[in-house]
Design a protein around this ligand. Structure first.
Ligand code: FAD
Length: 536
């Protein structure tokens, strides 16, 4: 639906009678759009910025049960997450892939071997398969090189999964559009209207962020799937806030400086919180933090100097031999968790379950995890059903992704690359390959991304700003030094014509992108970063 000039159809589209308006283009909104559209509902999604602009492009990128939830007694959440992890790995290899984790067992360090193994046994039981194994120190050192050897007794390995979160959103949206759903980015809901008879919110004012035009759109149900921003729409109805926005930040480093064959998980020496370090799309990802975020949510979140110091301390604790410095950091990013506020002193103790509230005719769904998006979407639709007279669809979980045609073998791509393209682009992978010009099936150095992905995304995926292309359709802004400054001339050569941007527009976009990158994706000034404590 996002072919050239697609936005000129918006006034007509928005004027239609809709069954469901989904507000928010993160994974929750995308999941709801898909599940609604494939069950015959006329459904439209509107996103104030870009698809996946919110938390859904800034997660730790794990599709996981969440071992720590077992410790907190949240067995149902863990069970659902583990099941969803298994389903997604089966349905979308190349987008959701197994990731092995290594956890070192040191003399006197918590949690010890038996405690950790007990958690993993529950995890494996829920998945219906066993992935855990304890290795003695000698073998474990080969699986997790560069970790300190002193007091190392051995270590546990287990399997979880990882994804590209923003591409997951795009793939779900692609399925939703195929099923008849409509998804519009840069379209904010700025007003809500309630029907006097039904008392349901059945009309919204939307504002096109590109041209400031306003429209009214009508539906039987309006679903507020705006994640950490959910209180914003609730406030329009006079509701008191219920969320506690918590920021989590990450660093990316080159794999040659922080070479981890397995993901390494550790308990941070300062507060015992889990930190993950794992290979992701050509770089090594390090995260995360968990701190209250009191800044204005309309301003893009950025890592703070204290968070940089916290993550660097974890790296030095686990990999002292590598002597990593701030110069090794390629990029940073920060996201805000939609967490229901129960007033706990420690932010990490707040629950991570999702919640659905029907208040004054507005259905809000927020909280939860990327991993469980399908279950969250189905739960939201169960609640919406009462407001959709005559609609009695089966709300049992169905596979998210349709099977797509395998790619030909003679393209010069290896098995990993072929699977990666199919997982990320589904049925469109064939077209992506077909649109590649000479040399565009090569990878962009330091990443797993092919040049052709830029061309295809620019042409087909509703890219309205350069940041959409470099931070979410592809993840080059997280993988390339300086946000891709050295590659920009090549990127421009491929994309400017596809995007139909004039030279002036390209220059303005480039300036805006680098300003954003410097503000939110690079390290804060060196002087502001507190010195971190080195491992004893
Ligand atoms: C640091 C961090 C790490 C995480 N790691 C993991 C992980 O490894 N695995 C996992 O499963 N989960 C993880 N999570 C949780 C997961 O990322 C979130 O639960 C999930 O992305 C939330 O998706 P969402 O669609 O509800 O919200 P979002 O992705 O935030 O989407 C909401 C969207 O609504 C839009 N919006 C707001 N107001 C309006 C309006 N008025 N009109 C139109 N649009 C509007 C916003 O722009 C935003 O794009 C992590 C979260 C964080 C912060």
């Amino acid at each position: 639906m996002w072919q050239t000039q697609w936005r000129s159809q918006l006034p007509e589209l928005l004027a239609r009678e809709w069954d469901v308006i989904v507000v928010g283009g993160g994974i929750t909104g995308a999941g709801i759009l898909l599940e609604a559209a494939r069950r015959g509902l006329r459904a439209i999604l509107v996103e104030q910025r870009d698809f996946a602009w919110g938390t859904s492009s800034r997660s730790s990128k794990l599709v996981h049960g969440g071992l720590r939830y077992i410790k907190e007694g949240k067995l149902l959440l863990t069970r659902d997450s583990v099941k969803e992890r298994e389903n997604l790995m089966t349905e979308a290899p190349g987008l959701v892939d197994p990731q092995s984790f290594a956890f070192a067992d040191y003399e006197g360090r918590k949690p010890g071997r038996w405690m950790f193994a007990a958690g993993l046994a529950i995890y494996d039981w829920m998945a219906g398969s066993s992935s855990r194994h304890y290795y003695p120190a000698g073998e474990f050192r080969m699986l997790a090189p560069h970790i300190p050897e002193k007091d190392l007794k051995g270590g546990l390995c287990y399997t979880d999964a990882k994804t590209d979160d923003a591409r997951l959103v795009m793939r779900v949206l692609q399925e939703a559009v195929q099923a008849g759903g409509v998804a519009v980015n840069y379209m904010a809901v700025t007003g809500l209207l309630r029907d006097a008879t039904s008392n349901n919110v059945n009309s919204v004012t939307v504002t096109d962020a590109l041209i400031s035009a306003r429209y009214q759109a009508r539906a039987k149900v309006v679903i507020n799937a705006t994640g950490a921003w959910a209180d914003g729409l609730r406030k329009l109805q006079g509701q008191a806030p219920k969320l506690r926005p918590l920021r989590g930040s990450h660093l990316t480093l080159p794999q040659w400086r922080l070479p981890v064959a397995q993901a390494v998980s550790l308990m941070h020496p300062a507060d015992g919180r889990p930190v993950f370090i794992f290979p992701w799309e050509g770089v090594t990802l390090v995260g995360t933090t968990d701190v209250d975020h009191s800044e204005n949510l309309q301003v893009e979140a950025a890592i703070t100097p204290q968070e940089v110091s916290y993550l660097m301390q974890a790296l030095h604790f686990q990999f002292p031999q590598l002597a990593l410095t701030l110069d090794d950091v390629i990029a940073t990013y920060a996201g805000v968790r939609p967490v229901i506020d129960t007033g706990k002193a420690d932010p990490s103790k707040e629950g991570r379950d999702h919640a659905v509230w029907l208040e004054d005719g507005l259905l809000t769904v927020t909280g939860g995890k990327l991993t469980t998006f399908r279950l969250i979407a189905l739960d939201a639709l169960k609640h919406a059903a009462a407001m959709l007279p005559g609609w009695h669809a089966n709300l049992d979980a169905q596979p998210i992704f349709r099977e797509s045609k395998p790619l030909p073998h003679n393209l010069g791509l290896n098995t990993y690359q072929t699977q990666r393209l199919q997982g990320r682009y589904g049925a469109a992978a064939v077209e992506l390959i077909a649109c590649a010009h000479g040399g565009e099936l090569e990878v962009i150095g330091g990443t797993d991304t092919l040049w052709a992905e830029l061309r295809w995304c620019a042409r087909n995926e509703a890219v309205l700003h350069l940041e959409d292309l470099l931070l979410r359709r592809t993840r080059l802004g997280l993988q390339l030094r300086g946000g891709g400054i050295d590659e920009m001339a090549h990127i421009r050569k491929i994309c400017q014509t596809e995007l139909r941007w004039s030279d002036d527009q390209w220059k303005a976009e480039e300036t805006a992108y680098f300003a954003l990158w410097q503000r939110c994706y690079q390290l804060p000034s060196r002087e502001s970063i507190p010195a971190w404590q080195h491992a004893a």
